[in-house]
Design a protein around this ligand. Sequence first.
Ligand SMILES: [Zn+2]
Ligand SMILES: [Zn+2]
Length: 374
Amino acid sequence: MATNIDYYATLEVARDANGDEIKRAYRKLAMKYHPDRNPGDAEAEDTFKKINEAYNVLKDDQKRAAYDRFGHAAFEGGGAGAGGFDFGGDGFGDIFEQMFNAMGGRRGGRRSGADIQVQVSITFTEAFVGVKKEITIPTRVICKSCDGSGSADKDQAPEICPSCHGAGKVRAQQGFFSMLVPCPTCHGTGRLIRNPCKKCHGAGTMEKNRTIEVAIPAGVEDGMRIRVSGEGEAGGKGVPAGDLYVNVSVEAHGIFQRDGANIYCRVPVRMGQAALGTEIEVPVVDGSRAKVKIPAGTQTGEHFRLRGKGFSVLRSSARGDMYIQVVVETPRHLSKRQRELLEEFEADAVGHAKGSPESTGFFSKVKDFFEGKP
Ligand SMILES: [Zn+2]
Ligand SMILES: [Zn+2]
């Protein structure tokens, strides 16, 4: 599906073009290359498809950001049978797309079965390692009784529809566009069946639940969508099936947060440990443990990086990092002995302001403040 031509070049816009500029450029080009204006011109149709593909990405801030970061790799092939990735959202939603849908086809007029969307929820750790999910889809499959022909008599070939002469489409005027719509007589099939199949009533397809296994790759992010080509609804005889879109939502985790491929984990450290320095053991998403050295004098909010312990980056061998964010904890209850020691510590600390970087900065600014300096 994806071409490797730069989307910005396709739409003839600068990389920093704003949404309006992109929309204007798209409309201008789409009008020029629209198949209805260039009948039989395969090159124009191809250009038109590329324009639409580029626009579908650049009009969506999230997709555009992913494209800017990963290029075409952001939307290319996935796990078993998967055709490509994109991020949630409506996908189509433009007048030209609507016209194609009205013509009974998608992506440049190719006819096929309907696409199906399903929602799948996975855990944080499943997103980390990747997971295979069984998905049950209510869908239309080719009728076995008539082998998809829709006719009860296998010998009798369906007749050509007299209204559209077999084209399956008729012209209709909408605004200043003359557009093709599915023929109402034959429902876009181009054929009339005199003796319809009893099982499918002439449709050639039937409703049935199907279960398929979808491989969700490691590194998948909340809100991403996996396309599994050909696993949508059956298209009837000689017509390809639609695609299956799996919308993935990733559950939040109790101790790990995620930003892109990086993982963040807040780890509490006692104030004594932070002052003296220590080594702590932290959990890693893969279920292992890692040791992190906390140097003497560590402040709340300081990060320590565990390189390569983050999420896999999709379609790349790269990995994110894990960041341990230290939170220095003040004890709520002190034993008698702790209180004595801390009182002694505190009495001594007054004379050692230099050892407290935050305070030194703060109190010198407080002094400036009271002396009327800005
Ligand atoms: Zn049938
Ligand atoms: Zn017809």
